[in-house]
Design a protein around this ligand. Structure first.
Ligand code: FAD
Ligand code: DLZ
Ligand code: SF4
Length: 503
């Protein structure tokens, strides 16, 4: 029997992968390759690089132990061609294979390339709960595309948190209970830290040597890089953080990057965890009376709702979705997004944390770094490339819709019903960042006024025609219109002065 080359990508580390299900351990060869093209298409954070390479090497080791024949090409192999296409060609020639198989990649750019590779069969990625073509059919022709409608379909489809056809607790969504501010004295669990083993050590040395100038603190490196450790991290979340997850989901605290978040997106997106199994485990915790419904529902909504919804939008709207710019924003990304050196305490905290951990939780991404970029009119494509580079969980299928759709409104409202634009008051309400800031969050004008306050009104004024048509923003436009002309002028001038100082 002639064998085939089974290509497995760095975010496809799942034993149940479609490409492996039909494969033959004796006849087929698995190929995994560390390549410069994937390490370089954006300047990935050094922790992200270390995670991907170490997790790939551990996965290959596990596959071999499980009886598979695995060709593993390291980044520093002198024969490495530097691209996945080159490595696939080389492997097929080495083994005399005319045919190869891959599971659909998570990024459109790679899918386009793969469609040109001779002999390659591309199988659907069925590690998601919603089929992407099914999503497109559902979305096509709908007037308003709202996550909540999709989420309810997914609840019915999976049966998660359903009691006799009705949502558990009588409501679909408990978000209103999930907006508490966190007290710094609150006892907070920390995600488990895994000491690097010999494989990870070798990868860390390679990343340090090959990517000395990249963004991101490499060590201490504590991520799980195997399925067993990722499952242990998730089990710890279930026990110690999930009960409070919902309540403090939107809170931010200086020096507390993780609060009650799961910190599992990196593992989940790489294939080390299974989304449905996670949700079932969360539901079981609620049914056993160990966690409240607002936490269980909030978590499950993120996974079967938002995560699946953004993926559906990505594939439905690509190509082209990476270039949307409905608000015509063209300001370059400020340098401090790469250094954290800014006197805006909230931005400095979120960016230095990102540099150190390759992680920020949702509200930090949406309401601090994202909100600032939206208000300041930063080019959404430049911002997209930043998010794609700096977070260990970032792949375009999930990052792009969150960035250009949810956080920048650059798709004109396809994904989000209103722009997530907020003044400093929101950040002050949900965090303790303002306490140590050089600016005064209560000041609305003048040199010490919180820049979010100035930029908020600049944003409303810039886009008043469009925002006046949005029922959820019209009130802000009316408020702006009621300001006396000299107040409007001062706000505009102060904001312009601040923007002129952005480098
Ligand atoms: P938790 O807060 O504990 O949530 C649990 C899980 O729900 C997450 O692990 C994640 O898998 C899922 N989830 C929650 N919110 C979302 C969402 N909006 N979209 C998709 N999944 C969600 N998430 C990524 O996985 N990769 C990205 O590249 C990414 N980029 C983002 C960019 C921006 C501008 C914004 C606003 C959000 C982005 N998110 C991204 C969503 C979210 O911020 C992260 O999933 C979350 O912070 C991961 O941390 P956690 O595991 O502790 O999540
Ligand atoms: C992110 C990443 C990196 C940094 N390196 C590799 C690699 O060397 N080899 C590989 O197979 N995959 C890598 N990945 C993950 C891919 O970029 C990912 O599969 C695509 O972006 C599609 O989601
Ligand atoms: Fe951020 Fe404004 Fe608060 Fe400073 S005062 S931390 S800039 S919201």
């Amino acid at each position: 029997m002639t064998g085939r080359t089974i290509l497995i990508l760095g975010d496809q580390l799942s034993p149940q992968l479609a490409a492996l299900r039909g494969a033959n351990r004796a006849a087929d060869r698995v190929l995994m390759a560390e390549v410069m093209a994937e390490a370089d298409y954006v300047p990935h954070h050094r922790k992200k690089l270390a995670f991907v390479f170490s997790a790939m090497r551990h996965f290959a080791q596990g596959m071999r132990a499980d009886g598979w024949q695995v060709d593993y090409v390291r980044l520093d192999d002198p024969a490495n061609t530097g691209t996945l296409g080159g490595e696939l060609r080389r492997a097929m020639a080495r083994h005399g294979h005319a045919r190869a198989v891959v599971t659909e990649p998570g990024e459109w750019r790679l899918l386009q390339q793969m469609r040109e590779w001779p002999g390659l069969e591309i199988l659907p990625d069925d590690r998601f709960l919603a089929d992407r073509h099914g999503f497109a059919a559902w979305a096509e022709g709908r007037k308003g595309l709202r996550m909540e409608h999709f989420y309810r379909l997914m609840r019915r489809k999976t049966g998660l948190l359903m009691d006799g056809g009705e949502p558990a607790g009588g409501r679909w969504n408990f978000d209103a209970e999930n907006r508490s501010r966190a007290d710094p004295d609150l006892a907070m669990p920390r995600p488990p830290r895994f000491a690097p083993d010999a494989i990870t050590r070798e990868v860390l040395d390679m990343v340090a040597a090959r990517f000395p100038d990249r963004f991101g603190t490499l060590e201490p490196f504590w991520f799980a890089v195997t399925r067993t450790d990722a499952e242990a991290a998730f089990a710890q979340f279930l026990r110690h953080a999930l009960p409070q997850f919902g309540t403090y989901q939107d809170a931010m605290l200086a020096g507390q990057p993780f609060l009650f978040h799961a910190v599992v997106s990196t593992y989940l997106n790489a294939g080390l965890l299974d989304p449905l199994a996670m949700c079932r485990a969360v539901e079981a915790e609620w049914r056993a009376g160990r966690v409240p419904l607002n936490s269980a529902e909030g978590f499950i909504r993120q996974i079967i709702g938002w995560r699946e919804f953004v993926r559906g939008i990505y594939w439905w709207r690509m190509p082209g979705y990476d270039r949307v710019n409905a608000l015509d924003a063209h300001r370059p990304l400020p340098e401090f997004y790469w250094s954290g050196e800014t006197d805006l305490a909230c931005l400095s905290a979120c960016i230095t944390q990102t540099r150190d951990e390759a992680y920020a939780h949702h509200i930090q991404r949406l309401m601090v770094t994202g909100n600032f970029a939206l208000l300041a009119g930063i080019d959404p494509h430049a911002l997209h490339e930043w998010y794609l580079a700096v977070y260990a969980d970032a792949y375009e299928w999930v990052e792009l819709p969150n960035t250009v759709g949810m956080s920048q409104f650059a798709d004109g409202g396809l994904l989000a019903s209103k722009p997530y634009a907020a003044s400093g008051a929101y950040i002050d309400r949900m965090s303790d960042y303002c306490r140590t800031c050089a600016y005064d969050v209560k000041a609305k004008a003048g040199p010490r006024a919180c820049p979010f306050n100035l930029l908020y009104w600049h944003f409303v004024a810039r886009h008043q025609d469009r925002l006046a048509r949005n029922p959820r923003m019209a009130q802000a436009v009316r408020t702006w219109e009621r300001f006396a002309p000299d107040r409007q002028e001062q706000l505009w001038r102060d904001a312009e002065r601040f923007l002129a100082g952005l480098a």
